[in-house]
Write a protein that binds this ligand. Sequence first.
Ligand SMILES: Cc1cc2nc3c(=O)[nH]c(=O)nc-3n(C[C@H](O)[C@H](O)[C@H](O)COP(=O)(O)O)c2cc1C
Length: 248
Amino acid sequence: MSDRRFEKLLSPIRAGVHDLRNRVIMGSMHTRLETETNGIERQVAFYRERAHGEAAVIVTGGFAPNAEGMFDPEGPRLDDPQQALSLKPICDAVHQEGSLICAQICHAGRYAKFEGCVAPSPIRTPINRYSPREMSEQDILHTIEDFAQAALNAQSAGFDGVEIMGSEGYLINEFTVTHTNKREDEWGGSADNRHRFAVEIVRAVRDRCGPDLLVIYRISAADLSRAARPPKRSPRSPARSRPPAPTF
Ligand SMILES: Cc1cc2nc3c(=O)[nH]c(=O)nc-3n(C[C@H](O)[C@H](O)[C@H](O)COP(=O)(O)O)c2cc1C
């Protein structure tokens, strides 16, 4: 590509110790190819093709940092170092094409489609029939540790970086938003408290993996979730006012 309109976009840039061939990043997309026969080979072909198209950084679909964080019981995980190593051919293929690759780490939180999913507060989402269990302080500390370990596993497998999924209503986002975080301990309430989980995860990943790992943090520009509906009113109760507009 050599269009002057995109000169800046297509020019190289340095990020930490990494040279990016341009400023184009392919966003995260979970393909479910890992559930198919020859899943690794298929993913190698998929990501090699994207790198051949010259995206400087490719972000994989979300990997859970632990069992509770999977989207569904078949979802991909990064908590087992050996299993993570099986992803090395994907990294090698992308590197051969001159691009970098980051593994997305996404904890599904209350969106996980199984009994025993977890969230900062026990508030079910309308798009899931399973109600989450409220995380204990121990759960929170373990999960931070699991993010750090998942990042290290990715790094050992050859990934240049990780993307921490902090948006779209998944676990980290559930901590930051008041509608889904009703905690009264140091992980809820004030903005600082609601963001503590995210900050501690980024800190733990950086501490565990060192300065060379690219760390991307995905954030929602707007949180469009509504507060949980109030209970149905009885015929005698006074008329209800309009539901509050979503807060941003
Ligand atoms: C099939 C599919 C899978 C996706 N998987 C992920 C994912 O694993 N993690 C993530 O952060 N976003 C995921 N997304 C969201 C995309 O990153 C992107 O935000 C979304 O497609 C909107 O961008 P677009 O308007 O360019 O399509 C997925 C989107 C699609 C269509």
